[in-house]
Design a protein around this ligand. Structure first.
Ligand SMILES: [Zn+2]
Length: 473
């Protein structure tokens, strides 16, 4: 007797459909074999399944061999989510499904020895995989149901136990799919308790943050402790365009790193910082292990913060810095030039003067800034409509920079002089043009000149030169 159920396996952040074929009576007596590249968790499932079946009153086919095949056979199957579909397959082989085949429902769940169903990893990805191949129903452990139900177009059923799963197969009409208002959830999640208005002073840094968000540029804040670097960075989500539902689902899958930052960036080891170069440049991370190599999408806007020196007060007019030049040099050189080159905007965040702290709050709120960011982003979406995979100025490749950031010979000369004078790298040239493009988009302007825009873009890059002068102490 052969019975087939459907399940899913997670690979990287994607899930793919797995057919679980259960065959009773074909193998050698007393055998329980799982084939199709199962990992150890899958191999151990036979003990859980045997107990669960027995404790729920279903007989295990004793005296007959059981073979379970997980197809496609050439991809490794991980985790315990196959317990439930395998158990159901056995129940099916024993004739409890009135001859029904389970080809329209995907099952995920780990079984306890008493037959209750335990949560699994990757239910959201499984729901997306089900929708992609047109599977209409997905049955998951209760704890995973809301997460999976966010995906529209698939009916998600919450399960507590193996007997309940058997009931679902035999009388689906007595079950109601879980309904989640994903749009409602999303708008609730988009309410922030912080606002850009909370940050006193720091007009230049706020402007730099607006430019960074408008063009998707990586940004580095440099300043003494307590100047507000972290406060500024924490307000990035309040001025970015709100996520669409599809984007939120993608991001939830990826557990994005965006917007997370700690004080004191160079306190990471240099080799740790260098590892960020691949994702910054390629928008992906490849993790190679013995058996498999998985590539994760990793396009993000990096917001980083660091002190200017080990004590934090170098260049502060009100506090003394006690660091020696070699100490500062060692500290700064932890960030390599090539890594800095991938951060379009470097901005100093000086200590806030007492007067500014006490001044009445009159600054713009996040909502006003966000309106300008959205308008600038819309201009970019329009411009890059034909260029696949480009959504913001920061993502422009050199060919596009030449096309969309054209400058006059005078502007080019100015740029060259400044780059030479400030000792910037050749790569900085393109970065400055990209930032100038974003500043022009915030101004709703076609051209990236006049010179004032280029000049602001330089200024945003000026720490590079500071960096090189400091090295030459
Ligand atoms: Zn210092």
């Amino acid at each position: 007797m052969l019975f087939k159920t459907l399940s899913a396996s997670v690979y990287g952040i994607d899930a793919y459909v797995v057919e679980v074929e259960v065959d009773v009576g074909s193998a050698r007596i007393q055998d329980f074999n799982v084939v199709g590249l199962p990992d150890n968790a899958v191999k151990e499932s036979r003990e859980r399944i045997k107990s669960a079946l027995r404790n729920c009153g279903f007989e295990f086919p004793h005296g007959q061999g059981v073979t379970i095949n997980l197809a496609p056979a050439d991809v490794r199957k991980e985790g315990s989510a196959f317990d439930l579909p395998m158990g159901l397959g056995l129940v099916g082989c024993m004739g409890h499904f009135f001859g029904k085949m389970l080809d329209q429902c995907m099952f995920l769940g780990e079984l306890s020895l008493d037959g209750s169903v335990r949560p699994v990893r990757g239910a959201l990805s499984a729901a997306l995989a089900a929708r992609e191949v047109g599977i209409k129903s997905l049955a998951v452990p209760e704890a995973n149901a809301r997460e999976a139900a966010v995906v529209e177009g698939v009916d998600v059923f919450a399960l507590k136990s193996l007997p309940q799963a058997v009931d679902l197969v035999n009388s689906p009409e007595s079950f109601q799919p879980i309904r989640v208002d994903a749009h409602q959830l999303l708008s609730e999640a988009a309410q922030y308790s912080v606002d850009l208005r909370d940050v006193h002073g720091q007009q230049a840094a706020k402007r730099a943050l607006e430019v960074a968000c408008a063009g998707g540029h990586n940004i580095l804040f440099i300043g003494p402790p307590g100047a507000g670097k972290t406060m500024l960075a924490k307000r990035i989500p309040t001025i970015l365009p709100p996520m669409s539902l599809e984007e939120a689902i993608e991001t939830t899958r990826i557990h994005s790193v965006a917007g997370v930052l700690e004080d004191g960036l160079p306190e990471f080891q240099r080799n740790v910082l260098e590892v960020m170069r691949q994702p910054l440049e390629d928008g992906s991370v490849t993790i190679a292990r013995a058996a498999v190599s998985v590539t994760f999408p990793s396009r993000f806007m990096l917001a980083a913060a660091m002190n200017p020196c080990p004590c934090g007060y170098f260049g502060d007019p009100t506090r003394d810095c006690h660091c020696t030049p070699p100490m500062i040099q060692r500290y700064v050189s932890k960030i390599s030039g090539p890594l800095l080159d991938r951060i379009d905007i470097h901005i100093e965040v000086p200590a806030v003067k007492y007067k500014e702290l006490r001044a009445p709050v009159s600054a713009e709120d996040s909502a006003a800034v966000r309106q300008r960011v959205i308008a600038a982003r819309n201009r970019q979406m329009e411009r890059y409509r034909a260029d696949k995979k480009t959504y913001s100025n920061a993502q422009m490749v050199p060919k596009m920079i030449r096309k969309y950031c054209a400058i006059t010979p005078d502007g080019e000369k100015l740029l060259e002089n400044a780059i030479t004078r400030l000792g910037l790298s050749a790569r900085a040239h393109d970065r400055i043009l990209k930032v100038a493009r974003t500043i022009a988009d915030l101004d709703a302007s076609e051209g990236i000149e006049p010179v004032a825009r280029l000049a602001e873009a330089f200024y945003r890059k000026s720490w590079d030169s500071l960096h090189s002068t400091r090295r030459g102490f």
